[in-house]
Design a protein around this ligand. Structure first.
Ligand code: GAF
Length: 391
């Protein structure tokens, strides 16, 4: 027997091993990096992610007894089986640990009136690095959502599925995240970045071919752990909502950057940096999209670095490892660099001229080693396909 290599092939093979029959189908969803537009999604703003080639796959078959079983493949190829759940009985707070993610999706779809209560067998395999801020949990949720919808024979619009997945994450898992990651995983297409205006809910594809400009997006997984269920993310989100309320606007997206200084003085001091970040970050997204459309990718560098400075100094979600990644990449000739995702650990990206790749990599590794930090993992990110059915 040939060795399964892709997550989809691994999930299918593991399903057959566990259940003694082939799965009815296999669905998969990618992780993402966000080129720019951080902590803007829950402020009704703009984001610009692209999908990674790394994916989480779910091999699935329906059951008839109302039970959902979920097994996931570890790095050693072994399967970890979650306690089976009765889909009709799922209630937020009843499933803990990694199994809360697939259970939450089943719960959210059930709440939506989708026929998932007959149950299903799911087997998961993937290669999105976990806890690296590259959206592995959202990839898992999106793949499970497509699998359960596929088994139910329901064809839904991707932005709607993203909202259901967000509900499962917010209300079942208990992480107060926005809609960036689910939308990226479900709506991205190969060779493009996704310009998403959260308010309008309209995904727009922007061609993104770094190689054509002699550039690459280098991902630096700092391996500093990151978790969105902890308080830091929710506290900032609550601060933004409080600021919007004081300013009398529906969301911080509605603050005009031309009036930013006058607006900030109307706020308590602790909220000013949050608002400054969100307003300037939305502006940086729009300027990045404009440059991409004009084929001027190299000029995006300062916007990426500006985003990092704003996340570090105003939003205060960076950490030592992310700053070392960004500073050491810049010192070796990156055109721009920034942390990606929620922050407090996870990954950074650097926009790098292809001929500087080795130097940047050496500089980042040396920067981490000189501070006795865990060796980071580096790879070049290629904009890849969004979620879909594999077989
Ligand atoms: C995390 C969240 F899940 C997203 O919704 C988004 O807010 C991001 O942090 C910050 O831009 O990835």
């Amino acid at each position: 027997m040939t060795q399964a290599t892709t997550p989809a092939a691994k999930a299918a093979e593991a399903f057959e091993r566990l259940h003694g029959r082939a799965p009815e189908g296999v669905w998969s969803a990618p992780g993402r990096v966000n080129l720019i537009g951080e902590h803007t999604d829950y402020n009704d703003g703009y984001v610009l992610p692209f999908a990674l080639p790394h994916r989480i796959a779910v091999a699935a078959s329906p059951r008839a007894d109302g039970v959902m079983t979920v097994s996931t493949m570890g790095d050693d190829g072994g399967l970890q089986e979650a306690d089976p759940v009765v889909v009709a009985d799922l209630v937020p707070g009843t499933v803990k640990g990694w199994a809360a993610y697939p259970s939450g999706v089943a719960w959210a779809l059930r709440e939506q009136g989708i026929a998932v209560t007959a149950g299903a067998d799911l087997v998961i395999a993937g290669d999105v690095p976990a806890g690296a801020g590259l959206s592995s949990s959202h990839a898992l949720e999106c793949a499970v959502a497509l699998a359960l919808l596929g088994l139910a024979g329901v064809d839904a619009e991707r932005p709607d599925i993203a909202r259901w997945v967000q509900r499962s994450e917010n209300d079942f898992v208990g992480a107060p995240t926005g809609i960036l990651d689910q939308t990226a995983s479900l709506c991205c297409v190969e060779a493009h970045a996704l310009f998403y205006d959260v308010r309008s809910g309209k995904p727009e594809q922007v061609a993104f071919d770094a190689a054509a400009s002699g550039l690459e997006v280098l991902v630096i997984d700092t391996r500093a752990s990151h978790a969105l269920v902890d308080g830091g993310y929710g506290a900032r989100r609550a601060g933004c909502e409080r600021a919007a309320e004081i300013l009398g606007v529906p969301a911080l997206r509605d603050v005009d950057i031309a009036e930013l200084d006058q607006t900030l003085v109307r706020l308590p001091e602790d909220l000013r940096p949050l608002v400054r970040h969100v307003v300037t970050e939305n502006d940086r997204v729009l300027r990045t999209v404009d440059l991409l459309r004009k084929g001027r990718l190299a000029e995006v560098g300062p916007l990426l670095s500006g985003s990092h400075a704003s996340l570090r100094d105003d939003y205060r979600v960076s950490c030592l490892e992310l700053d070392v990644a960004v500073d050491s990449a810049m010192a070796a000739g990156a055109l721009g660099a920034r942390m990606v995702g929620g922050g407090f650990g996870g990954s950074a990206i650097a926009l790098v001229p292809v001929e500087r790749h080795d130097e940047v990599e050496r500089s980042v590794l040396a920067g981490f080693a000189s501070r006795s930090l865990t060796r980071p993992r580096l790879f070049t990110a290629v904009p890849s396909a969004g979620a879909g059915r594999d077989r």
